[in-house]
Design a binder for this molecule. Sequence first.
Ligand code: FA5
Length: 352
Amino acid sequence: MERAEILSLLASIKEKIDVAKDMKELIEVKNSELGKKSKFMSEALESLNQLIRTAPVEEKKALGAFINEVKNDVLSHYENKERVLREEQEKASLLAEQIDISLPGENFYKGHKNPLYLIRDEIISFFTDLGYDVYSGPEIENDHYNFELLNTPKDHPARDMQDSFYIDERTLLRTHTSPVQARTMLKHPNTPVKMIAPGKTFRRDDDDLTHSHQFMQIECLVVDEGINLAHLKSTLEKFMHKIFGPKRTIKFVPSYFPFTEPSFEVNVSCAHCHGKGCNMCKGTGFIEVLGAGMVHPNVLRMCGYDEHRFSGFAFGVGVERLAMLRYGIDDIRRFYQNDVRFLKQFQEEYRK
Ligand code: FA5
């Protein structure tokens, strides 16, 4: 191919590049005009390459320069056009995808605490505001702390009230948070104590509307000189009114625990039937939420206290039962099922 012919071919390819409207057309030009089998590659460049092979040495350099010039010319022309087209494409897509930053954002579902933990934290704040310390104890507990130091020796019939998961003869999943009382007193013998201990507890109870084999309790213990039943009663009344407001009926009913004397339980009017009697409260109109009493002198003595100088009160509250009565929840199992339809109802409560 003559040089003039090559230059005219080059000009026609550049023209085709110039008229390409978009990347698709440009790539078509590239494939047809600059591909391996194109006239430019297979004829024009090939004839120049053949020429260079046979040309005298003094002409080789000029020929080489010409080949490079032709190649670079078409290549840079193509690249320029490609850049222009890409910029145009980008501008067009930016315009098409314009974001209206004045539109309100989309709300996404934010997780929140399980109602059980909402009420647990509320109880903790109530007591810490009154100057109580917060303690914890092991969930896998020794028989000694779970029963013996609480005046419940081996074979005591009261052990049957807390049917238990034993790991071996002396180790069990704690049946209540009361062992934290013993652990705390033993750590600070003959010292005033004012503490609460929240945590998980376990019993071999059959699951039903108000019973679960695993549930949460909060223990409370106050020991000092001159602590009496009036202190316990007023603390419980304030606590119950904080959780339920002044309208719910609260009953103090005599009861029995080996580690307190006297002992009683606190019942709260059923959230479901408001005291009339229903399935949930087993027809009684009330649900038991906690056990309480004056710390038994045997417990004080076994835990390193002079029982003639010190006295104390204690109680253990079931957190699920409180939450059920507070929010009108009909089945204790709902707390553990992780059903978002149930949990979502406490979103507002969490934000308060
Ligand atoms: C006790 O566990 C005593 N340790 C409480 C106590 C502490 C008394 C300090 C005196 C001094 P009781 O077994 O009654 O007592 O349980 C206390 C509360 O735990 C009950 O009132 C109830 O609210 C809750 N509870 C008990 N068993 C279950 C269960 N299976 N499922 C859900 N809640 C339960």
